[in-house]
Write a protein that binds this ligand. Structure first.
Ligand code: DGJ
Length: 554
């Protein structure tokens, strides 16, 4: 039977405005990359995380223009459980509303951090009615039975009370943020057990003596070939059993205890995330405080979503879309790379605020298909770090359409000098070419005022002074075609060779420019001394630049 024409037309007309509304932010796989889709377009988060106590709207208001000038498109901001639920079941979302309104006015987005049961291991953001009631809201205990200021993950009351508050937050976002100013949510913050590897309260002891759940065993067995090598080593050393208690399967060691604890933190976080997603399924993740070398479980915040525990967390918390590192160490590429294991999308919600942050960002986007990069306490960013970040985020902004088109297809790469002392050049292969990249750090060149304005944004020109000696070195490259590449970065000298065959690489053209509204704008041809008479491409030390290079063989 044919549908009646008038109701059908009416239906289409009624639906039309709804179809025009932006989709909910979500993740989408593109090649080997995972992209964050916001307003129907892939988004690279040029972010900054606020200091823990800097997110209240009145306090933050004077900083928004500074954050905009740093070329941020996203602010990563905490939401504190004790603030939004001051009395049980009574919610106050004024701070969230203020943040959203101010972000929207600045045309910026937010990633919200749920400081719920745990923040840097501790439960300091739990409301006072939770903190004071140790019977109803039990704490983790050490091996001699002392309560810690850490809510026990072995309590369903703790879990359900947190999940209820988190779901209320997501309800509020659903009702008040139809434009999706909030694009993602972090569930808890740097979960971890300390000062011992696991909780010893009676419920925890009972769980430790019980059988390892079959869900976990099945996951590990099915994904055995891709497991983190550290996890596989612990499991194998204990005999590789597929049934038994936790100490039987993973060994009665701190490493085995950490795996047990990671599972229980993971299933608790799963319940919180799932309660939120049932209301508003924004992308969600959990973050980890990384480990200093030489520490044993219990000596560092243990059992969080650390690289060696990624598989446990994935099995326990499928509602989390990915796991993230907070990278404060100098060996940035090592830690960032670990968070691309087994297809985990890379989003760095916290990073050290330093001149290096600017090049770490380019490396993450170019080499590791990152979705976002966010230095911590961004509102306090000062020169010279602020100037460098402003320039590199300007490049990321210009290159976003190209980067998101090429990510996940082997058409981008990154280069990074992680310390001024590491003199080793890096070798990268892209398509038919091998690049050898040497690094050079220096004070910025003294630019004539006019030139500074032409080569960069107004921010670039303003920040090009006062940072002698601090300049980092690093960047990224995008393949535009077989023999054509875009280099973005600072302090790089690149020489080229065909990846196969005995021919020599020559520079056909080298051009400095920038993208304005997606269009390439020529600034100047680079030749003569600037390319060492055709021998190399050089992105000067001390200032970020963008160069388009065509190669040939002879
Ligand atoms: C990592 C935490 O996640 C942040 O909230 C903050 O405490 C920083 N460390 C401080 O460096």
């Amino acid at each position: 039977m044919k549908p009646p024409v008038i109701p059908l037309l009416l239906g289409i007309l009624l639906l039309a405005p709804a179809l025009a509304v932006s989709e909910l932010p979500h993740l989408r796989k593109e090649g080997t990359a995972t992209q964050l889709i916001v307003d129907n377009r892939p988004c690279l988060v040029r972010g900054g995380e606020l200091g823990n106590s800097s997110g209240e709207p009145e306090f933050l208001r004077p900083s928004w223009s500074k954050l905009q000038k740093m070329n941020l498109n996203t602010v990563v901001a905490p939401v504190a459980w004790d603030v939004i639920e001051p009395a049980e079941g009574t919610y106050d979302f004024a701070t969230v509303d203020g943040l959203i309104a101010d972000a929207r006015a600045c045309e910026m987005r937010l990633v919200l951090l749920w400081f719920g049961s745990w923040k840097n291991s501790m439960s300091c953001y739990a409301p006072s009615w939770v903190k004071r009631d140790l019977t109803r809201f039990p704490r983790a205990q050490d091996s001699v039975g002392r309560n810690q200021e850490i809510l026990s993950p072995f309590s369903t009351t703790n879990r359900d009370t947190d999940a209820r508050a988190f779901a209320a937050l997501m309800h509020h976002l659903k009702a008040t943020d139809p434009a999706h100013t909030v694009i993602m949510v972090q569930v808890e913050n740097e979960i971890g057990m300390i000062p011992e590897a696991r909780d010893h309260r009676p419920e925890a002891e009972k769980a430790y003596g019980a059988a390892v759940p079959s869900t976990l065993i099945d996951y590990l067995t099915k994904n055995r070939a891709q497991l983190a090598p550290e996890l596989l080593a612990v499991w194998t050393a204990a005999g590789g059993k597929t049934s038994g208690s936790w100490s039987e399967v993973f060994g009665a060691t701190p490493a085995g205890e950490e795996i047990f604890m990671a599972w229980y933190f993971g299933i608790y976080t799963q319940a919180v995330a799932a309660a939120g997603k049932a209301v508003l399924p924004l992308p969600m993740y959990a973050n980890a405080a990384l480990i200093r070398p030489g520490y044993q479980p219990g000596q560092y915040p243990s059992a969080g979503p650390l690289p060696h525990l990624i598989d446990i967390w994935r099995a326990a918390a499928p509602a989390l879309d990915f796991l993230s590192p907070d990278i404060y160490f100098q060996n940035f590429s090592y830690w960032a790379q670990l968070y691309t294991r087994s297809g985990n999308p890379l989003f760095i919600p916290e990073a050290m605020r330093s001149p290096e942050a600017s090049v770490n960002a380019l490396f993450a986007f170019g080499a590791l298909d990152a979705m976002g990069f966010c230095p911590f306490a961004i509102e306090s960013n000062t020169e010279p770090a602020a100037g460098f970040l402003t320039e590199s985020f300007d490049l990321v902004r210009q290159l976003t359409p190209l980067l998101v088109e090429k990510q996940g297809r082997g058409l981008t790469a990154g280069f990074l000098q992680e310390s001024a002392e590491s003199k080793q050049p890096q070798q990268v292969r892209l398509g038919g070419w091998t690049f050898r990249v040497a690094f050079e750090r220096a004070a910025p060149p003294q630019l004539a005022d006019g030139l500074a304005v032409i080569i960069g944004t107004e921010n670039t020109a303003l920040s090009a002074s006062g940072r002698a000696g601090a300049a980092p070195a690093g960047g990224l490259v995008i393949a535009l075609g077989e023999d054509e590449f875009l280099f973005a970065g600072i302090g790089l000298t690149i020489t080229f060779a065909p990846a196969v065959g005995g021919e020599t690489a020559g520079l056909l053209t080298v051009e400095e420019g920038r993208f304005t509204d997606g269009q390439w704008q020529h600034l100047r041809w680079l030749n003569g001394d600037q390319t060492h008479q055709g021998r190399h491409v050089r992105l000067e030390p001390g200032r970020f630049s963008l160069q388009r290079v065509k190669l040939y063989r002879y």
